[in-house]
Design a binder for this molecule. Structure first.
Ligand code: PMT
Length: 403
């Protein structure tokens, strides 16, 4: 089946030894029906001749910014407009650095700046260059801007050392591209409610009981859902993050307020993903004035907050419900209990006492537990990557592949 028929793919090739493998990527994409154009940096032409890509793609190959006087189109703009997807492989450390900082000093980097199409970069380089904090920071910046970065593979590198930095095999790169086009905007027409952040429970006008949630996990989920075409409502408590574009944002403070806003949207949504850390208790008698320091001890009486997700579990009709379990012990036992008690479709269990997981950080380590008992364990990954896994799981359910 020609899954990529009518798709315009622009491949950027930069100067790495793995450039030769990208000839096969171009060839496979052509066979899948894509119209492929290639832009090479000058360094890339040291590894593969432009003529090779020209023969494979049956299109002109672009290298020079100002080379072709006979061509009246501004090359970087027409190439940027052409692309439904931009793939850069191999993406060298130099290219990643330039792209992360908006430098446009050749045809490829200029085209990248001008292109609004989704982008996939495939880094490939020596392990030390890859692990250098400068490269890692650049990768982080690019990921935060929504560019998909494919993980380099492990193995023997051209420099002789064994480590991470190899270009993934061409078939794996092409599989990502096919997946991208098959899931692109797959959630259009669906409305998804995401909660994020940690509720604040007031004690008096200046004090509150809170928790360590930054909202990062929920914001990434909202962005991923929006990327797949969903209409997203993000209800967030106590977050200070840059607001994602193209979604409805509702700011709340306490659990009671979050419950009210969630319930007011619930009937119209197709799915709810509750990643917010909702306080289980609130202060019974909130003081209207600042509590003055007097006695040696101060006792606050707490009362139970409503369990929003449990309530949704009782009310749900068509809605898919996704919960999180933030645990510090007995992760699976407690998560499975919440999955059943709250009548969820699946739960994302994270042990928040493990380094790199849980509150505040950009990464997480989680497992998705489904109703049927199926468990998917994920290693340490960025919250953006985990968000995508969660959305893929949701898509499976919405498409009726899983219950
Ligand atoms: O925001 P970050 O800094 O990125 O951190 C991410 C996170 C650690 C907050 C996130 O990954 C996470 O685990 N969120 C759920 C936190 C939580 O409250 O877990 P819980 O196990 O106490 O609650 C279980 C589920 O019930 C959650 O989906 C929660 O949103 C929901 N709940 C809990 C209590 C309550 N009163 N009402 C609820 O709806």
């Amino acid at each position: 089946m020609k899954n990529l028929e009518n798709k315009n793919i622009l491949i950027g090739v930069t100067g790495g030894i793995a450039a030769y493998k990208v000839v096969e990527v171009a060839s496979r994409l052509k066979k899948l029906g894509a119209n492929v154009k290639v832009v090479m940096t000058k360094s890339a032409t040291e590894f593969v001749s432009p003529r090779t890509f020209q023969e494979i793609t049956k299109n002109a190959v672009y290298v020079e910014m100002f080379g072709d006087a006979a061509n009246f189109n501004v090359a970087h703009i027409s190439l940027a407009d052409f692309a439904d997807l931009v793939l850069v492989a191999p993406a060298t450390a130099n290219f990643l650095a330039k792209s992360a900082h908006g430098i446009a000093d050749d045809l490829l980097t200029t085209t990248i700046l001008a292109a609004t199409a989704p982008k996939i970069f495939v880094p490939s380089m020596n392990t030390n260059m890859l692990e250098n904090p400068a490269t890692q920071d650049n990768i982080k910046i690019l990921k935060q801007r929504g560019i998909k970065i494919l993980e380099p593979a492990d193995g023997e590198l051209a420099c002789g050392i064994v480590g991470k930095g190899r270009l993934p095999e061409p078939e794996n790169i092409c599989a990502e591209i096919v997946k991208f086009f098959s899931t692109e905007k797959i959630l259009s027409g669906k409305k998804i409610l995401v909660t994020a952040g940690g509720t604040l429970e007031p004690i008096d006008p200046v004090r509150y009981i809170g928790n360590r949630s930054s909202g990062k996990m929920g914001f990434e989920i909202a962005k991923a859902a929006e990327n797949f075409g969903a209409e997203v409502i993000l209800i967030a408590a106590n977050t200070h993050l840059e607001l994602p574009k193209n979604l409805k944002f509702v700011k709340v403070e306490s659990a009671v307020e979050m419950r009210e806003k969630v319930l007011s949207e619930f009937v119209s949504v197709d799915a709810v993903i509750m990643s917010a850390a909702v306080a289980d208790y609130r202060v019974k008698n909130v003081s209207s004035q600042k509590i003055k320091k007097s006695e040696e001890n101060l006792t606050l009486e707490l009362v139970k907050n409503p369990d929003i997700l449990k309530e949704l579990g009782k009310l749900k009709t068509k809605q898919i419900l996704v919960g999180f379990a933030a645990e510090t012990e007995n992760l699976f036992e407690y998560a499975e209990k919440k999955l059943a008690e709250k009548n969820l479709n699946f739960i994302v269990a994270n042990n928040v006492s493990v380094e790199g997981a849980g509150f505040g950080v950009d990464t997480n380590i989680a497992s998705i537990i489904s109703r049927g008992g199926e468990v998917e364990n994920f290693p340490l990954m960025s919250k953006a990557e985990l968000a995508e896994k969660i959305i893929f799981k949701l898509i499976e359910i919405l498409q009726g592949e899983k219950s």
